[in-house]
Design a protein around this ligand. Sequence first.
Ligand code: AMP
Length: 420
Amino acid sequence: MSAKPKKKITAIKGTKDILPSEARKWQKVESVAREIFELYGYREIRTPVFEATELFEKGTGETSDVVTKEMYTFLDKGGRSLTLRPEYTPSVVRAILDHSLHLKSQPMRYYFFGPMFRHDKPQKGRYRQFHQIDIEVFGEKDPAIDAEIVEMADFLLKRLNVTDTEILVNSVGCKACRPPYLRELKQAAEAVREDLCPDCQRKIDLNPLRIFDCKEEACREMSQGFPKVTDFLCPDCEEHFKLFCVYLGSYGIAYRLEPRMVRGLDYYTKTTFEIISSKLGAQDAILGGGRYDDMMKEFGGPDICGIGFAMGLERFLSIVPFKEEKESFLYIAFLGDAAKNAGMELARQLRKGGIECLIEYRDRNLKNQMSRANKLGADWVLIIGEDEVKANRYQLKNMETGVQQEVGADDILTFIQKPS
Ligand code: AMP
């Protein structure tokens, strides 16, 4: 009987490998983002990938699509319900309360990079494991911070030469002004109930605001005719929104009012914003955020307001122009055991001096090693044979000019750094 062919194990649908050829771009974007966030007084925070399920049910909101349809929830061996984080804000609030960070004197400005998990239908720009850059500020009520955050995001886009983006802003009101709005919205949705998808029909009763998140074209069109939340703002929310826009104006930031942008998560209050790119397809939002003034209190903590944004790295990276900055790279070609040992030691010294070195420990002749170096894009090749080991002098070839010179062991570093 023939053996059963082995089934190939492949990556899970909706996940993606980040291969070495792309990793440099990820590193670059992350390092520029880190540098900018630190300039604005943010500090990094890292929390676990999984949390108690109720954290997201409570934080993200029981009626949000993320919680009702998209969470990766499982029981662990102790029978406890855990969830792979679908977003970051509830984890940060939990960490602040766990560690009483609000009692310390540092500003509560945090940033974070990491994977998120949502069981949505995978498509271009939408994955089940994706990565976010996230920033959160707590304890700042003033609309100046809302504008500063948008300005910081704009700065990040500009530093990375991202063009063709648009900033959309809105206010979704607060606990005082939202109930009368929701009544009107419900009435409007009720009037067209039959034309809405079954999911939106359910949302009419649960939380009609969530109809605006529907991805069905018919529902999206229908919702364009629904009342606008900005027509219902209380004086406090209206003033906050007005000032937010004034501050954006004084930064010289162009934006568009988008009164039906309510964002997909239940917790937003007052300001919401999104940055979209015309270079992306249907999934055009690179970044979204807003205020969540009630979240900390709802977690049983102090009455401390919050605001932040999350940027989708896969989408963002697809529109960041990138040219790899290449560092000098030296390939060591050796012939024989003595040369191999000398090469290993020289590589060690050169790496200590900050030069990227590669020796491949295979039995290849010199011609093959030179052709490997060429293929790998080496800038230099250090050639070591028995005679070189004896003399402690080596052949150093500049792969760009083709010039080969003999150099002493102690001079290789200087030569590479400043070739004459
Ligand atoms: P949200 O947390 O839903 O406000 O999303 C913030 C940002 O994360 C979006 O603007 C997207 O760039 C990104 N994002 C959200 N969901 C996904 C997903 N399933 N796949 C890839 N990126 C996503």
